[in-house]
Write a protein that binds this ligand. Structure first.
Ligand SMILES: Cc1ncc(C[n+]2csc(CCOP(=O)(O)OP(=O)(O)O)c2C)c(N)n1
Ligand SMILES: [Mg+2]
Length: 734
């Protein structure tokens, strides 16, 4: 660990920063041209903010959050890094960074207007939500801190490509055709956040992995002393984040006066050099000010005293740096006025042009929810199983493991990580044959690290957001992470990344970034003792999330064929694997070869019938079969069972065709009844097929409770073959 520039001792955070005794400023100076350019960019950033504030007051734009007070730190950061070479995960205060990298004032005003030509999002995101593919600024959300883990994944991808340059080659017949791979070998990944946002767990998760893997991530904490109205000491014990992070190994740390662009520049140069030369990550903690309240919706006089605001004003980097230029004779009054006039004019013209720019077409709204390049429902994807001499019936667990290994062999961009997925993190033991290896708590990834190496199959920390957040960063760089969440019951820490990030990367960036990750998730109950926290379902939460494909196979062959389509897909896929089905006798199949694939959105008619349609998926499929056999045996009823196989998209054609034939339909699933997946299907059937129905649409599902441990309770909570049988007979008699 090193500690440089601006090492200070003090009790509380921002208050009195400027007066801090012992602040160590570097003796170096910068050439006059660069000092003038720094001032120009700082002033430009402030004036774009001022113009946006005016436009917002005139109701010509609809939101404003300023970067005022952060300019010195961010111009310095931008100058120490290379646009289009390094990668950037900024946050909403980073206007000055983006301007320094080459994002133009006009591009920034186009965001405010919500114009079609807005390069960041085409009018989908608020202004100051930066994104610029040419400059390597990656689309960000409004969620504080989610960018940190993505930046870590982005850095990992850069390292992976430099170690495995062949992986950058374009592959045939999958998502790789649509990804530009761009890596340098020594690129640095910048990520910034406010001091308040360091309270989020994901910040600490990202430090964990950046430190452990010695990744070239430059963390920048922009400490303006407030998170909206909450002062730093409420968010950060002791009021100083530098103190708290100081023991992370492999980091270079710098705590600096972020209102001084020269000191900041030298600090960033050192930090960037540390990262670029492969030593590990760096964290620059810059003390800045916030002269314009949190946003235009906030008035900081409600919670900050006049004296405090006045003290902050004295540290405003813009007048301070102007005074310095005058004092040091870099510019005189006239030079300052000339420069400022030029900038004012540039800003005025840029705003005028942006206001005249065409607005997005309403018809474009649905674009980029999913990939427009690769359609996973395309019937051409379908292949027949290529049977070999090996006709042994394999379990779903086996055929998922084979599918992963076939694809790892075929596509060098695939990495697999998650909790316990590796065979053995201490790989010497594996190499020396001292241990057999674990390969997942359900053994679905067994043998993969041993065969493909620890760069490609490895354990994550016990942190689900870490898994999904990093995977998004990897995928944004064109890789294919196939990650595992150990149990569906523990997917929730990753929910923020799944719902606000993974699903949205393509849509919110107007199709310029994407993150086609596969997340494999063991799910479901019927485990006899699985209890609450190993039995949950909840697939409808994800089918209710646009941008994600949701797959839920019921047998070994489908799992293999759908997994292949998921991995080759250009969209993010949640791949649900029912734990109870992993090793069932039901649904085993012979190995179908390394090219077997099933398109999404194609249901399987598990059992043809003429009297009642039963639409279902997952572990209810074998139970529905039992019920249908009994209904046929005892009541002469012919039930047609549709296994949807993929829940989003789902095969409406197959449902409609069957319901038109039988005029009676049950939608059944293992998840709770109310607001479950079946509600949507039942509502659509009632809407679109009303004239074809001879009876109400019925649903069979779990009780609206969680799953209990004691088997007699579990049995009554989850839908059983007997429940399905009764529903079939009841509906037939209706
Ligand atoms: C996960 C999340 N929670 C809450 C918010 C609402 N919010 C937006 S900015 C902000 C304060 C951020 O403070 P800080 O990290 O210090 O950054 P600053 O705005 O001061 O630069 C909050 C609470 C959010 N955007 N995301
Ligand atoms: Mg803050």
């Amino acid at each position: 660990m090193t500690r440089v520039a601006g090492e200070v001792e003090r009790e509380s955070a921002n208050a009195g920063w400027a007066a801090t005794p012992g602040l160590r400023l570097r003796p170096e100076q910068l050439p006059p041209d660069q000092l003038i350019e720094i001032y120009r960019l700082m002033y430009l950033s402030r004036r774009v903010d001022d113009r946006e504030i005016m436009l917002k007051r005139q109701q010509k734009i609809f939101f404003q959050v300023s970067g005022a007070g952060h300019e010195a730190l961010l111009v310095a950061a931008g100058m120490a890094l290379k646009p289009g070479y390094d990668w950037f995960y900024p946050y909403y205060r980073d206007r000055a960074l983006c301007l320094t990298l080459g994002n133009t004032p006009e591009e920034q005003f186009l965001q405010g207007v919500g114009a079609a030509a807005d390069i960041a999002s085409g009018g989908r995101q608020m202004p100051s939500h930066w994104s610029h593919p040419g400059l390597h600024i990656v689309s960000q959300s409004s969620s504080t801190t989610t960018q940190c883990l993505q930046a870590v994944g982005c850095a990992e991808a850069g390292r992976y490509f430099s170690r495995h340059p062949d992986a950058a080659l374009v592959g045939e017949g999958d998502y790789r055709q649509f990804k530009n791979i761009d890596f340098q070998g020594d690129e640095v990944v910048y990520v910034s956040l406010g001091e308040g946002a360091t309270s989020q767990g994901e910040f600490w998760e990202s430090l964990n992995t950046a430190s452990n893997a010695r990744l070239p991530v430059l963390f920048v904490v922009e400490d303006n002393g407030y998170a909206i109205s909450v002062p730093v000491e409420v968010n950060t014990p002791g009021g100083n984040i530098s103190r708290l992070v100081a023991n992370f190994p492999n980091f270079h740390f710098a705590e600096i006066d972020g209102t001084d662009p020269v000191a900041s520049y030298f600090a960033f140069q050192e930090a960037v050099a540390w990262c670029r030369s492969g030593n590990g990550p760096a964290l620059v903690h810059g003390h800045v000010v916030r002269p314009y309240s949190h946003s235009l919706s906030d008035d900081d006089r409600l919670y900050r005293s006049a004296a405090e605001l006045e003290a902050d004003n004295l540290r405003d980097p813009l007048p301070k740096f102007q005074m310095r230029l005058l004092r040091e004779g870099i510019l005189d009054e006239e030079g300052i006025t000339r420069l400022e006039k030029q900038v004012d004019e540039e800003v005025r013209l840029a705003a005028e042009r942006a206001l005249r720019s065409p607005l997005p077409e309403v018809a474009s709204i649905r674009q980029h929810v999913y990939s427009e390049d690769l359609d996973p429902t395309d019937a051409k994807i379908a292949t027949k199983p290529a049977l070999s001499a090996d006709t042994q019936a394999r379990t779903m667990a086996d055929l998922i493991n084979c599918g992963l290994s076939d694809e790892l062999r075929r596509d060098p961009r695939i990495v697999i990580f998650g909790e316990d997925v590796a065979d053995c993190s201490r790989e010497e033991a594996l190499e020396e044959g001292k241990v057999k290896g674990k390969g997942g708590v359900f053994k679905l990834t067994a043998g993969l690290q041993a065969e493909f190496g620890s760069d490609r199959v490895f354990n994550s920390p016990l942190a689900e957001a870490n898994i999904v957040g990093r995977a998004i960063g990897y995928a944004t760089r064109g890789m294919k992470p196939v990650v595992e969440i150990q149990f569906f019951d523990y997917i929730w820490p990753a929910m923020h990344q799944l719902r606000n990030e993974l699903s949205l990367m393509r849509w919110r960036s107007n199709g310029t970034y994407s993150s086609p990750v596969v997340v494999r998730v063991p799910i479901g109950g019927y485990l006899t003792g699985g209890s609450i926290y190993h039995s949950q379902s909840g697939e409808s939460l994800f089918t209710h999330t646009p941008g994600i494909r949701v797959v839920f196979p019921s047998n070994a062959l489908d799992a293999n064929g759908l997994l292949r389509t998921a991995i080759r897909c250009d969209d993010p896929v949640l791949f649900f694997e029912h734990k109870r089905l992993y090793r069932e006798t039901y649904g085993r199949a012979a190995y179908p070869g390394a090219e077997f694939a099933i398109p999404f959105g194609k249901a399987n008619i598990v059992r043809p019938g003429t009297d009642v349609t039963l639409v279902t998926y997952g572990a209810v499929v074998p139970r529905a079969l039992q019920a249908a056999q009994k209904a046929q045996r005892e009541n002469g009823i012919e039930t047609e069972i549709l296994d949807l196989r993929t829940l989003s998209p789902y095969d409406w054609e197959a449902i409609a065709t069957s319901v038109r034939k039988t005029s009676r339909v049950i939608v059944a699933h293992e998840d709770m009844l109310s607001w479950g997946y079946g509600a949507e299907i039942a509502a659509r059937i009632a809407d679109d097929l009303f004239d074809d129905l001879d009876a109400p649409v019925k649903r069979v599902a779990a009780m609206d409770t969680f799953v209990a441990y004691q088997p007699i309770l579990e049995d009554s909570i989850l839908p059983q073959p007997e429940d399905l049988y009764r529903a079939i007979v009841g509906l037939h008699e209706y």
